[in-house]
Ligand binder design. Structure first.
Ligand SMILES: O=P(O)(O)OC[C@H]1O[C@](O)(CO)[C@@H](O)[C@@H]1O
Length: 541
């Protein structure tokens, strides 16, 4: 991992376009005002939200106190033979710990799914050695609450005192904080409520699960501290100003997609974390930056990026990258947080709210309240072997007959010029991992920027952009029948019902907004996935 933190604009035209923006940011004193947590930087409308969302600029100092607490708990747990950490948390409550622990090669089981198979596999691990960290800022997130209920019951059934095996990370006064107190959970880490979810990497949300799993979280804070002064400087050398200006200048020039790839940063999965920060912060009011995370510099979308995209190397500069961002993980967290907040100002949006995420949650809730609407009422437009095809009502673009390749050809052919294709797989991201191959295959055959997200995880990340950002996306949903289901204790639904409600709810909101949505439902997951991948490959030929 690089020791120094740098942002380099390797594309001369982009460098020229970014320069005046950097000069303006410097003369407006934006960096120092941000460090001082000045909530007026995004205009009057954003001020109330911004005034309770800026404490992340000083976390490298304020989070120090946590380190001892985390270490003490970890030592206690180890002495009791508890060394398997399962984290239940969505979006900002799990993405940072996943990157931190993967980068250090430390084991952490992350539950940010409603897939019954994936949750069952996590339950099948050794419960005697397991601690569940329930992380939720709001304390109300349905996925996380479901995991908590499922694990509490499993601990009890195994004769284990569940309260001793659950640690909560949440905001003071949240329903989870109250529940943790009444249930007597082993420990509650109360996070700073003046930091939003996607800016919370260096709060208890990022540090507690990572530290309990064995990651060196003090080092992360050191890395962030090492760059903090440079990020606060009203100077053209401030790397965050350079990054923000480059992204905003590219956006003005029609490149609203930001294609990220790792080029040897030494950080594992940084794109997954950056994706939420960029998409949820900027994708609103019909504008924003769409992160497209790709497999490598040679992957479609990067190597052949067009004028609608800015290519970013996370790691050393490479051929084809317009920007290269290097630095250790703790420093990169803080750098990107500054850059995205500043880009929000340049784009004229409030980077601290997520107005369109709620719409999909509401639609899913309505479906859960009316299970009839979930099953039985919707007829597939076509059934092709193990794949049922569901087009949005009234969508003429999908043929009722033909092969899967015909269906996909027609759908992909409808992606707007300069638009993007979003693949949304509501599957098991471990057992159905091959679904992710669809990104590169579809990007190659469509020639359009293509994203891939696991549902419902992406709903807390790129989901905001899909519904609130530039209106040029087409959405391919993939759902699947579950071999086994998991009831959610105390709730009238199972995980597979919840998973389907989330897919259909988001699909409804997208379709109501006039966005093309196609759902492929795999009645046999393995066979169906293989057929879909083969059909996409056929399009390329
Ligand atoms: O920590 P919570 O409140 O459970 O929220 C999880 C995620 O859901 C969102 O609020 C919205 O989807 C994200 O911004 C957040 O990181």
């Amino acid at each position: 991992m690089a020791e120094r933190t740098t942002v380099e604009i390797t594309d001369d035209t982009l460098a020229g376009a970014a320069r005046p923006l950097v000069d303006r940011l410097v003369s407006d004193g934006v960096a120092s005002a941000l460090t001082a947590q000045n909530a007026t930087l995004w205009g009057e409308e954003a001020e109330p939200e911004a005034s309770i969302r800026l404490a992340w600029t000083t976390l490298h100092k304020s989070s120090r106190a946590l380190i001892g607490e985390i270490e003490a708990l970890r030592t206690d747990l180890r002495s009791e033979g508890i060394d398997r950490i399962v984290l239940a948390g969505m979006g900002g409550s799990s993405l940072a710990p996943e990157v931190i622990t993967s980068t250090e090669g430390v084991a952490l089981t992350v539950l940010d799914t409603t897939d019954p198979g994936q949750v069952s596999d996590a339950l099948a691990g050794d419960l005697d050695r397991t601690l569940l960290v329930v992380s939720s800022k709001s304390g109300t997130t349905v996925e996380t609450d479901s995991h908590r209920r499922i694990f509490a019951e499993a601990f009890a059934e195994a004769g284990i005192d569940a309260a001793r095996r659950i640690v909560a990370v949440t905001d003071p006064g949240s329903p989870l904080a109250q529940l943790a107190a009444s249930e007597g959970y082993r420990k509650v880490f109360l996070a700073d409520p003046h930091v939003g979810g996607r800016y919370s990497a260096l709060t208890a949300f990022g540090l507690v699960p990572s530290g309990l799993a064995g990651a060196d979280v003090a080092r992360l804070l050191d890395q962030a501290a090492g760059i903090a002064e440079a990020l606060s400087a009203d100077s053209p050398d401030n790397p965050a100003l350079t990054l923000a200006a480059a992204l905003a200048a590219a956006h003005t020039d029609g490149a609203e997609k930001v294609v990220l790839t790792d080029t040897g940063s030494g950080i594992a999965g940084f794109g997954d974390w950056a994706e939420q920060l960029i998409a949820e912060s900027t994708g609103k009011e019909g504008t924003g930056l769409l992160p497209v995370v790709v497999e490598g510099p040679a992957a479609p979308g990067f190597a052949d990026a067009g004028s609608d995209a800015t290519t970013v190397a996370v790691g050393p500069r490479v051929q084809g990258a317009a920007l290269a961002v290097e630095g250790p993980l703790g420093a990169q967290f803080l750098l990107w947080e500054y850059a995205v907040a500043v880009a929000g100002r340049l784009l004229g949006i409030n980077p601290f709210d997520q107005p369109d995420v709620e719409a999909a949650k509401k639609a899913a809730r309505a479906l859960l309240d009316n299970p009839q609407a979930l099953t039985g009422t919707e007829e597939p437009s076509a059934v092709i072997g193990p794949v049922e095809v569901y087009a949005a009502p009234g969508d003429q673009a999908v043929p009722a007959t033909g092969t899967l390749a015909d269906v996909l050809r027609q759908f992909v052919g409808g992606v707007a010029d300069g638009g993007y294709l979003a693949v949304q797989a509501y599957l098991d991201r471990l057992d159905d991992a091959s679904a992710s191959l669809l990104r590169s295959e579809l990007a190659r055959c469509s020639g359009r920027q293509t994203t891939f997200g696991w549902g419902p995880r992406f709903l807390h990340s790129t989901g905001q952009y899909h519904k609130g950002g530039h209106r040029n996306g087409s959405f391919l949903q993939i759902t699947g029948s579950a071999e086994q289901d998991v009831p959610v204790p105390g709730r009238p639904y199972t995980l597979s019902t919840l998973q389907l409600a989330q897919a259909l709810g988001d699909g409804q909101v997208l379709a109501e907004g006039g966005r093309p949505v196609l759902r492929l439902h795999l009645t046999d997951r393995a066979a169906g996935l293989a057929d879909v991948v083969r059909a996409v490959q056929e399009l390329t030929r």
